[in-house]
Structures are given as C-alpha cells and as structure tokens.
Design a protein around this ligand. Structure first.
Ligand SMILES: Cc1cc2nc3c(=O)[nH]c(=O)nc-3n(C[C@H](O)[C@H](O)[C@H](O)COP(=O)(O)OP(=O)(O)OC[C@H]3O[C@@H](n4cnc5c(N)ncnc54)[C@H](O)[C@@H]3O)c2cc1C
Length: 413
C-alpha cells in the first residue's frame, strides 16, 4: 500500500506546506484534512462578520488549488488522535495512514473563568469561520444591539470594528490600561482608542469582568465589572488569548510544551511527524506560519532546511485608515535604553535603542519606507556609528542595503 503525505489543517501553514510538497514531490499522494469546510484566512474573518465578504471571499488560494495540485481534501473532518506506532491519523469513523505527517492545527481561543462565561449559550470566540458564522446568526436571531468584548488586542478590535460596521454597539473590556497593549504605548494606543470611541465604541480599561447575569434561556444579558458596574449585552465575545491546538494529541507520544515541540527542522519528537504554524507556539502570525509550513514540507521530502526565524513580534495595524507598524519592544525592557520620539499632528514615531542596537519601533500614521526596521531589529545591526551625525529617524534603506526601497542605488557605481 502506498501511504500518502498527510497534512492536518488547511490554514496558512498547511496550505503553504502542501504547495511546497507538490513542487518537490510531483508524483506523491497528498491528503489533507481539516475541520474547516472552507479554507480561509483568519486575518480576513472580520470582513465576513462585517458583511463585506462571503465565505468564498475569505479564501487565500485559487478556487482550483486542490484540483490543480492533485491534493485530496477531507473537508469538515477532524483528526481525533495519532497512532504514531502504526503511522495513522485516527478519525471519527476510521483512520488515515501516513508516510509522513504534518500537524498544522493552529490555535484555539480560551474563555476566562468568569461565572457564566463557560456555560452560557451566547459566548463566542473569534478564531475560525465557524465562530464568525455563529456570531452572524446571533446578530440576526437576537437582533443584537450591544455586544460585550473581552480583550482589546488585534482580534478584539477586529471583532469590534466588524460589529460596528453592522450597527452593533460594542463595549470592550481590557485589563491593561490601554488598547492594543502588546503593540502600542500610551501615545499610539490613544490614537486608536479615540478613533474607536468616535465610531461609538466604549472601553473599560484597567478593569476586568467578574460576573454575569444569565437569563432563563441560559443567555448572558449583562456582564458585571469588578467595580460593580453592570454592562447590558446581547452576547459576549472572548478575544483575550489563544493556545496551541494540541488537546487531540494526548496519548500520541508527541511531545508538547506550550505547543508541539519541534527542532529546527520542524520535526516533532516522533519519527516522520512534523509540525508547523501556531500549533508550535513559535509565533502567532500568518507569514511565519507559512514559512514554517514550507520548511516542514522540504524536510518531509528529505531536504535539510532549518527554520531560524523565531523573531515574531511584528505587527502591521490598520483601523479607520490609521496605519501602524510595531516591531519589537513597545517600552524598553531593560535599563540603559535610549528612547527617540518624533511626533506631529497625524504621525507618531518611536525608536528604542540599547547598546547601539534598535530594540523596538512604532511608526503610526505613515509606515512608508519602514520595511528595513524589522531587518535592523532581527539582525541586531549596530547603528551607533550611523546615528552619530544624523537623527535615528533619518536612517534609511541606503544606510544598510546600499540601495533604496525602490531598488535605486544610493551610492555611485
Ligand atoms: C481574527 C484574527 C485575525 C488575525 N489577523 C492577523 C493579521 O492581521 N496578521 C497576521 O500575521 N496574523 C493574523 N492572525 C493570526 C494568523 O491568522 C495565524 O497566525 C495563522 O492563521 C496561523 O496559521 P496555522 O496554519 O498555524 O493555523 P490556522 O490558520 O488556524 O489553521 C488551522 C487549521 O487546522 C484545522 N484543524 C484544527 N484542528 C483540527 C483537527 N483536530 N483535525 C483536522 N483539522 C484541524 C483547522 O480547520 C484549520 O484548517 C489573525 C488571527 C485571527 C484569529
């Protein structure tokens, strides 16, 4: 029996791996499976919730991806476990043997242990299309006018933005004292907060939800804050953290810590089993999941390729047309850091330098020509000589690449 290469998950990591596998193994059998019935980009979920796109509009591959690449896809099929001795994936109604296996099952959201939150019928997360579909149905069925959101990170604000587009009022609770606490400082956060408030959002910052009011139909009708205030709502969205999706691996022998443990070649502790994407907990962003998927695929084919890019704290943000690039530290993590700030009416720029090395940047308002900052931070380039006789904000591509962003040489040849 010829065993296929099997990929669990059709998200960023799984699809990138599948494409690379087909390239490297033109004749191999490739079988994918996913809980998802539509392969979709999580980054675009808010467009579905906001009513801007339908399910198909969230796809990030061509319509004929599976056909063109001769890949079999078990859609709507959940892996229930893995028998690494017999080399097979356990399914609801049987099993799927594998030659090599890639686990790319992403993350799952958590619901905080607030009374009522884990048992009520109207508490949702926002991770998969199915979550957005449930919320969409709830808006229609409950004629929802007001939603309570836990967490003001990127996912929480994505949900808030989409709901407001549909005319639903939102209250967003955040334990930190500012919105987007992982990407912003007080100043850059304030600009986003004001834009959301102008659009009608209400924030509860530096304060947590502590209880809920549940009606006879097991629905939360109000959330109680720790200061005693009660916020009425039609449903609740939890957007305060995710964890790698590894529960189904229990008993498989595949070693997990926070996520699936992998070596530099994306190999797990079990032979012929690889992992990539959010499930490894190496990163939590789309481009890194794709890179890991491609590297895993190469190693599944016997090519030795190492994943070295564990640097992941990069975010590009855009709400209400206000763009921002945030890379690395948002506040200095150690003493002895220099903080450079430049501010004008519609822009805020901040660079943190320590021991001559850029540790973090925030560019809000104008993010053109900022691509090289990630390179500087990731590669720990010493900029001390360069900024002796010019402002750190005047650094540009030319200082490090010998050419500008448009590919024009900045020195004479
Ligand atoms: C709302 C939201 C907005 C985001 N915005 C951004 C952004 O702007 N920029 C950015 O870089 N990142 C963003 N991210 C993060 C990004 O989406 C993830 O890093 C990326 O999707 C990870 O890819 P993955 O392949 O590891 O997992 P996923 O894309 O989550 O895919 C997991 C796959 O595994 C399948 N699966 C899970 N369990 C099983 C099982 N037991 N059996 C079979 N199949 C299973 C699922 O059906 C799915 O196909 C966002 C995430 C969310 C939720």
């Amino acid at each position: 029996m010829v065993r296929p290469y099997v990929i669990i998950g059709t998200g960023a990591a799984g699809m990138a791996a599948a494409e690379r596998l087909r390239l490297l193994k033109p004749d191999a059998l490739i079988q994918m499976m996913s809980v998802d019935e539509y392969s979709h980009s999580r980054c675009m979920l808010h467009k579905f919730l906001g009513g801007e796109r339908d399910e198909k509009g969230l796809s990030f591959v061509s319509d004929d991806f599976f056909e063109k690449n001769r890949i079999m896809w078990g859609k709507g099929q959940a892996a229930k476990g893995i028998d690494t001795k017999e080399k097979r994936v356990l399914m609801e109604d049987g099993y799927q043997p594998y030659e090599k296996l890639l686990i790319a099952t992403g993350s799952v959201y958590g619901i905080p242990p607030i009374p009522g939150f884990r048992t009520a019928a109207n508490v949702f997360g926002f991770r998969d299309l199915s979550d957005a579909q449930k919320m969409d149905a709830a808006i229609r069925e409950l004629d929802a006018k007001h939603v309570f959101i836990v967490g003001s990170g990127l996912v929480g604000l994505d949900v808030a933005y989409a709901l407001m587009e549909r005319g639903v009022k939102v209250t967003i609770a955040e334990m930190a004292t500012r919105v987007l606490p992982l990407q912003t400082d007080e100043v850059s956060a304030k600009a986003y907060q004001e834009l959301f408030e102008k659009a009608g959002a209400r924030f509860k910052l530096g304060i947590g939800a502590s209880d809920s009011v549940v009606d006879e139909r097991n629905r939360i009708t109000a959330v109680k804050m720790s200061n005693g205030e009660e916020v009425p709502c039609d449903f609740v969205v939890c957007a305060a953290g995710v964890r790698p999706n590894v529960a189904f691996l229990e008993g498989s022998g595949i070693r997990t810590g926070r996520g699936i443990e992998v070596d530099g070649y994306m190999r797990t502790s079990e032979p012929d089993v690889f992992a990539a994407g959010d499930v490894t907990a190496l990163s939590g962003i789309w481009p890194n999941a794709m890179d890991q998927g491609r590297i895993a695929a190469a190693n599944m084919c016997g090519q030795e390729q190492k994943y070295t890019d564990t640097f992941c704290v990069k975010n590009t943000i855009n709400f209400f047309g206000l763009t921002m690039l945030s890379v690395g530290e948002v506040e200095p993590k150690e003493e002895g850091s220099e903080i450079f700030v430049r501010e004008c009416k519609n822009a805020y720029q901040k660079v943190i330098v320590r021991d001559g090395v850029v540790k973090g940047v925030q560019f809000e308002g104008d993010i053109s020509h900022t691509g090289f900052w990630q390179y500087l931070i990731k590669n720990e380039i010493d900029v001390s000589e360069k900024i002796k006789d010019k402002s750190v904000f005047e650094l540009g591509y030319g200082d490090f690449y010998g050419m500008d962003e448009m590919g024009e040489y900045t020195y004479s040849v």
